[in-house]
Design a binder for this molecule. Structure first.
Ligand SMILES: Nc1nc2c(ncn2[C@@H]2O[C@H](COP(=O)(O)OP(=O)(O)OP(=O)(O)O)[C@@H](O)[C@H]2O)c(=O)[nH]1
Ligand SMILES: [Mg+2]
Length: 452
């Protein structure tokens, strides 16, 4: 892959009214470039690039043309001991969009280019500073919203996850080498690998891969949040419950059935867990095309939901065909309007009042308990997969191992068994990036934020 080492730059912090804004530069000639616009005193006097030692911080002034732009602090990292492995400089100026605009103009004039999303991390990967799974963890760490998501991203960044993948890969390499070596001694009839032992090993690896793949169900929830859909007939109080849980009058509430037309989705944090809470349109048969579309979208949200709050109105009779075929394991039944005089007891429904708050704390605990159950259900393995790409690679790898098992069981030759094990190894290697191609890399890094 051709390596582009031209100088790139991007803000590494938010641009706008703030204490400081940090702009990061990386690439060949970075230190020479900054030495041409940085003065130690309030004067237009450049500092020699040689004066900047690695890992040093300098106070001074940033200037362009014949004007001082701002007072600044410059940090210098010489490659390969930097984030990207190249020469890197970070210039901290006062925060403010005008100052940043001037800095941007200056750096472009001096020959630097705007960095693409994730370009710094991509260079770090290409320079061997981190593997692909670690680079992906950088993006996860930045977007982590809960303690658990942060913990998983950190374990991935520090190489714990990659270490586990390498361990599994080494296991496969060992068997491949033995199988291939045995081929060289085939004339002598020397058996280096007992087929029973190999079969047992492949079976145990398949079990490990399956457990890792399953852990994605938990990992996805931890990383992206639990999808929590509030559903039910019109007017039962779905939007009122939605607003109550959010502590915000986000949704319109009215006594007219069919008030919520389109679904509304908001992030919600409860018990240290992130939820994506969705208020849906009341489910009923209708000829109104707008409402019909709202119901169709609600149905899609029900399919995506990890937990479904099925709300009924405790003051009205419920018909059993109200909402059918809801998956029981995802369901929480909620009986709303418990404050009203005619409210009936329903054994299976948690009684609440979105109006007075009665029963709402209990409902929150039920939701949190169910979410915790979902998270722990598939997280028995020591490592939890949080990335769909990793899961897909593992699934592919596992398929090859299943093929290898078939070959062993049907008395296939060493070439055939080792072919499948090698393919399994390659799919595993894709996770840490040893065999990743340009498309995979672009797909990963373009999802990063600018400046990382
Ligand atoms: N007394 C009482 N009234 C409630 C309660 N919850 C909601 N309501 C009232 O019930 C009516 C419907 O509430 P919404 O929250 O809009 O109901 P919805 O299920 O979202 O309705 P649609 O969006 O039309 O499907 C409003 O007049 C609310 O004020 C409650 O716990 N007690
Ligand atoms: Mg509503």
């Amino acid at each position: 892959m051709s390596y582009d080492n031209r100088i790139i730059f991007a803000p590494a912090s938010q641009v706008g009214e703030s204490g400081i804004t940090v702009v990061r530069l990386s690439g060949l000639g970075t230190i020479e470039l900054v030495s041409n616009c940085f003065s130690r005193t309030y004067a237009l006097r450049s500092v020699g690039a040689a004066d900047f030692k690695s890992h040093t911080v300098h106070h001074g002034y940033l200037y362009g043309g014949d004007e001082i732009i701002d007072e600044a602090v410059l940090t210098v990292f010489r490659g390969p001991n930097s984030y990207t492995g190249e020469d890197v400089a970070e210039i901290s100026t006062h925060g403010g969009s005008y100052i940043y605009r001037r800095v941007d103009e200056l750096l472009v004039k001096l020959g630097a280019f705007h960095a693409e999303p994730g370009e710094f991390s991509k260079r770090a990967y290409l320079n061997g500073k981190m593997d692909l799974a670690q680079a992906e963890a950088v993006a996860d760490l930045i977007s982590a919203k809960t303690a658990e998501a942060n913990k998983l991203a950190l374990a991935q960044l520090t190489g714990k996850f990659s270490g586990k993948i390498k361990e599994l890969k080494d296991d496969l390499i060992n068997y491949c080498s033995l199988l291939e070596l045995e081929l060289d001694f085939s004339e002598e009839g020397i058996d280096l690998v007992e087929k029973d032992v190999l079969l047992e090993r492949v079976n145990s690896l398949i079990a490990k891969f399956e457990s890792l793949t399953r852990s994605y169900e938990s990992g996805k929830i931890i990383k992206e949040g639990v999808n929590l859909a509030i559903i039910g007939k019109p007017n039962v109080g779905k939007s009122s419950i939605f607003n109550y849980l959010l502590s915000d009058n986000r949704a319109i509430v009215s006594d007219i059935p069919g008030t919520t037309r389109d679904y509304l989705q908001e992030p919600l944090f409860m018990g240290g867990i992130r939820f994506n809470i969705v208020d849906t349109a009341g489910l009923r048969k209708t000829t109104d095309i707008v409402e019909k579309e709202g119901v169709r979208r609600s149905m899609l949200k029900i399919e995506e939901a990890d937990i479904i709050l099925h709300v009924i109105d405790l003051t009205s009779e419920i018909s059993n065909n109200d909402i059918q075929d809801l998956p029981a394991e995802k369901l929480i039944s909620v009986g709303n309007k418990s404050d009203l005089a005619g409210a009936l007891q329903r054994e299976s429904a948690q009684p609440v009042s979105a109006k007075t708050g009665e029963g709402m704390q209990e409902l929150e605990q039920i939701i949190i308990g169910k979410a915790r159950g979902l998270i722990s259900k598939n997280s028995q393995s020591e490592i939890i997969i949080t990335n769909q790409r990793h899961r897909d690679c593992l699934l592919k790898s596992c398929e090859y191992l299943v093929n290898a098992r078939e070959q062993i069981l049907s008395g296939g030759g060493n070439e055939l068994i080792s072919f499948e094990i090698r393919a399994a190894m390659d799919s595993l290697s894709e996770i840490i990036g040893k065999t990743a191609n340009v498309d995979i890399l672009n797909n990963i890094f373009t999802k990063f934020c600018i400046g990382k």
